[in-house]
Ligand binder design. Structure first.
Ligand code: FHN
Length: 453
């Protein structure tokens, strides 16, 4: 067989070969996922040209989420592109953003490198439709943020949309809008190669630690494409973590236990929801907004309370998941004041109670009536339970049913006041002070003998 023939055979097989997922033992996977599992809490950032109109187009408020305005208002590409000339985030301060996330108790940060509108916030060679080439700002936005994350000890991660309303290989779904895009006949390989160039820039140029895919739902994009992209990325950076939206697993992983996993990707991505019983057996992360939009909308002032955000964090951690909480910065580069206030409030709670969230495991006793529980295995046959009390018992006794293990000691996490813990009816009763130190959630630390499952 001639060399040309051998090459032809290999190239024809290349995409299939590329789908051979990297081999990894459970221990190797645990090592790769370790920092992510222990992080429990991250910042999501949706930022781009859509922050310029901020939910209003030609004087009219546009419904729906802010980053979808190009689709929601069915804005012609040539018109939407002009927004780049107005995008000049002179107030952008990466150190301030990372500091806010760090003080809130967040351990990683996921920012949109390219959302569905196709505009890139980094200095990509694959298209001139980017912040360096197309805006008066003229500088890469992600590189300084990545450097600041490393300086302040957070993991830098990037969101990437597969669906692209600007790339010539994809066309609008209908006369009414772009979503879901269609692929131009014969251009799918061109687009997948375009994706790979940009993904390589995010990995090699920005050293991203998580690739957070989205926009995977158009029918032209298939699970096997996800497997090809996943294999490509893991070969590029074996330690990289990739969500389930690299393939078509968004619906699957949210309901499947580990054994049934049929989809490519390292973690499930329930969105704007907290699965009632978590997702046993798989890694998962709930991504949620602080108001109702991901990208900035001047008209959306429906902010969740700090209490709600803190209790979401506790609820998610008690089910073994991560909380990816979103901010949508303005076109000037500012995180909206209501978001800043809430991040600081969450940070005050985390400053006292972070150890009851970070590196904890899911509750071994489900959801107690009075609040939530998280767990740490201390080794030496001891288990630490963090009892997050939302509803302070009127009679001053906190009862934890279903834990027959011998109590070894109990205390308030804040201040360390020792509490009396005794076995009672197959569970444990803890005597509490009359007043709850923290009305949102007071954490009681309870150590018991043996494993609690
Ligand atoms: O369409 C996007 C949306 O704009 C936003 O980015 C969310 C965040 O997870 N993801 C998609 C909707 O599922």
């Amino acid at each position: 067989m001639t060399l040309r023939a051998i090459l032809a055979v290999f190239l024809a097989a290349a995409p299939a070969l590329a789908q051979d997922l990297p081999r990894e033992t459970p221990a190797e996977r645990d090592a790769r996922m370790k920092w992510w599992r222990e992080a429990r809490f991250g910042m999501f950032i949706h930022w781009g040209l859509y922050a310029v109109p901020a939910g209003v187009w030609k004087g009219k408020p546009i419904g729906g989420i802010g980053e979808w305005i190009m689709n929601s208002a069915n804005i012609p590409v040539e018109e939407y592109e002009k927004l780049a000339r107005e995008f000049n985030p002179v107030k952008y301060d990466p150190a301030e953003w990372v500091g806010l996330a760090r003080e809130a108790g967040m351990r990683y940060l996921v920012i949109t490198s390219k959302h569905h509108d196709g505009f890139c916030l980094f200095d990509t060679k694959a298209t001139d439709y980017n912040v360096v080439k197309a805006t008066p700002y003229g500088k890469d936005l992600l590189k300084p943020l990545a450097e600041e994350c490393r300086r302040q000890g957070l993991r830098f991660c990037t969101y990437y949309s597969i669906m692209d309303w600007h790339h010539p290989a994809q066309t609008r779904g209908s006369a009414k809008g772009y979503n879901p895009t269609k692929i131009v006949e014969g251009k799918k390989r061109e687009y997948l190669d375009f994706m790979k160039v940009q993904l390589e820039e995010l990995v090699r140029g920005l050293d991203t630690e998580v690739l957070w895919f989205d926009g995977e739902w158009p029918s032209w994009y298939q699970e096997e494409d996800g497997r090809e992209i996943y294999a490509f990325l893991r070969r590029l950076k074996p330690s990289l973590i990739i969500n389930n939206r690299v393939g078509k697993g968004r619906k699957g992983m949210e309901g499947l236990s580990k054994g049934d996993r049929e989809y490519v990707g390292d973690f499930g991505t329930p969105e704007q929801q907290i699965p009632a019983k978590g997702l046993p057996g798989v890694d998962w992360e709930s991504c949620m907004t602080m108001n109702d939009t991901w990208g900035y909308k001047s008209t959306d002032q429906k902010w969740k309370s700090a209490e709600k955000l803190i209790r979401n964090l506790i609820d998610i951690a008690s089910k073994g998941g991560n909380y990816l909480l979103n901010v949508g910065p303005t076109a000037e580069g500012l995180i909206p004041a209501p978001s800043v206030e809430r991040l600081k409030a969450v940070g005050r709670w985390m400053k006292t109670n972070g150890e009851a969230i970070w590196a904890t495991q899911a509750s071994p006793v489900g959801k107690p009536d009075w609040g939530r529980c998280t767990r740490k295995d201390l080794g030496g046959g001891r288990t630490r339970l963090y009892l997050h009390v939302f509803d302070w018992p009127a009679d001053g006794t906190l009862v934890l049913p279903g834990v027959p293990q011998k109590p070894l000691g109990a205390r308030l996490l804040e201040g360390g006041k020792e509490l009396s813990a005794t076995a009672r009816d197959g569970g444990i009763a803890v005597a509490l002070p009359a007043q709850a130190p923290d009305p949102i959630a007071t954490v009681v630390v309870l150590d018991v003998e043996g494993e609690v499952r």
